[in-house]
Design a protein around this ligand. Sequence first.
Ligand code: ZN
Length: 165
Amino acid sequence: MALRTIRISGDPVLTRKCREVKEMTPRLAELIDDMFETMYEENGVGLAAPQVGILKRICVIDTTGETPLVLINPVITEKDGEQTGDEGCLSLPGKAAPVTRPMHVVVEALDREMKPVRLEGEELLARAMCHEIDHLDGHMYTEFAVGPVHDVVYEEEEEEQEEEA
Ligand code: ZN
């Protein structure tokens, strides 16, 4: 496993639409491992392949530190409710802005064995799923912000609670 370089907002790779994954390969399996390692290293709760420069429909999410999820070719099939709160992104370090997202989503995707899975997300997980899937279509959360993008300074003891994705 290895850390990958996170692309920063302004990099054109973050505005491109990603391609579907047709089959798992050793190279993609390594990419997924590297994405998890990079996400945990940066205290993120999610990371999408284009954020490390790969235009494939793959995201990794872990909102608890103990529930790693791999989403390949994910599609949101149900949305309910609404939540508005600050969101951050590893591709826009030190910034956050309020975004309105569904409170509950259902996502259909493939897991790392390319088996179909149906995942439900509430609250932060629903937010992370929407945020990461947006990356696969070339969108940053700032496009959907309902308030100003502002600076965020995390205290050392709060680092575990960062919600950058
Ligand atoms: Zn992001």
